[in-house]
Design a protein around this ligand. Structure first.
Ligand code: ZN
Length: 110
């Protein structure tokens, strides 16, 4: 009977009859919380830009924003000063090259 040293309990167990309690956990780095990506509602006290009060709850702060009908945008410049996208310019040489290619394919090339 082959045995192997158990790093969990420090004993030797048969490979065929490994105790269920001695199986290693699959994800050692996981926390014991039921939700690994837990985002709490609390934050360092901040002053609302809307009413000037101090808030330490994200949900209560955003509730005031929602009730006032304003949008929280942070400091993202693409939201504050959106720059419209311009279509890429087409160069005259590219048009000439494309027309020449089409003529060439049709058998009228130079
Ligand atoms: Zn063991």
């Amino acid at each position: 009977m082959r045995q192997r040293y158990c790093r969990k309990c420090g004993e030797w167990h048969a490979l065929e009859a490994w105790p269920p309690d001695c199986f290693a956990r699959a994800h050692v780095s996981c926390s014991n919380l039921s939700s690994p990506n837990f985002i709490s509602d609390t934050l360092d006290p901040v002053q609302s830009q809307l009413d000037g009060r101090i808030y330490d709850s994200k949900s209560r702060l955003r509730e005031t924003y929602r009730n006032a009908g304003v949008v929280e945008v942070g400091n993202d410049s693409s939201v504050m000063n959106p720059v419209p996208k311009r279509p890429p310019g087409i160069k005259r040489e590219d048009i000439k090259a494309s027309v020449a290619k089409a003529f060439s394919r049709a058998g009228f090339g130079s």
